[in-house]
Design a protein around this ligand. Structure first.
Ligand code: CA
Length: 230
């Protein structure tokens, strides 16, 4: 079922058929091509075969968990943006902490319209925002090149997910400026919700882990948020 989608093909892997149908309907209405699978193994095969622009993956799937699909794709060097669907709010830290580049998640029950918005935001981020400018930013040992979507630390390239890249880029935009979690959520994720501030903390932790020795560039300002300074 390849129907030459205007906005690219989104892979949806969800075993609850009414949810899958609803997601398909809303994405298609917005101009996306949609391919749906109902179990994990078929989902992984479809991701490898169809090369979607984004994946929407349920966590609890028959055959293969959503997180395992992503683990295997990442193992192939495939960093397609992913949004997880989860029925359990307490799963969120685990999902985002897996360093799978699960860039976003929605908790069931969710608004399909909101999910479509998230997909669009994710794709805009993944392709780089033109208004962000192409200015190369350097702070201490870290250099970030928005044009090439490339980060180096002490000259060595660093692999960041699109979300991690944008988060670091945002902090490096204005060294010394303290950003609140809400500001970062609005600027990097494109939406504001007090409940989402934990997402910011988890992603900052991931960026720090990847920066290694240079992690001290991102400083926690207690009770406020985060800042980047050398
Ligand atoms: Ca399920």
């Amino acid at each position: 079922m390849s129907d030459a989608p205007a906005k690219g093909l989104v892979l949806v892997v969800e075993d609850e058929r009414p949810i899958a149908d609803l997601v398909r309907l809303y994405l298609a209405r917005d101009g996306f091509g949609v391919h749906v699978e109902h179990d994990g193994a078929a989902g992984l095969a479809a991701a490898r075969r169809l090369r979607p622009v984004a994946c929407i993956l349920d966590i609890a799937l028959p055959g293969l968990e959503g997180t395992e699909i992503v683990r295997r794709l990442r193992g192939d060097g495939d960093w397609t943006p992913v949004i997880f669907l989860t029925a359990r709010d307490d799963e969120v830290d685990r999902i985002l902490g897996l360093e799978l580049g699960g860039d976003d998640y929605v908790t069931k029950p969710f608004s399909p319209r909101e999910l479509v918005t998230r997909v669009k935001t994710l794709l805009r981020r993944a392709s780089g925002t033109p208004d962000e400018g192409r200015r190369v930013r350097t702070l201490g040992p870290v250099t970030l090149d928005p044009g090439r979507r490339q980060v180096t630390v002490y000259g060595a390239p660093l692999t960041l997910t699109p979300t991690e890249f944008d988060l670091l880029g945002h902090l490096l935009n204005r060294p010394g400026r303290v950003f609140t979690r809400e500001e970062l959520l609005a600027s990097v994720w494109g939406y504001a919700s007090a409940a989402g501030t934990r997402t910011v903390d988890v992603h900052v932790a991931q960026v720090r882990a990847k920066l290694g020795d240079a992690a001290t560039l991102i400083r926690t300002v207690r009770g406020v948020g985060y800042t980047a300074d050398a």
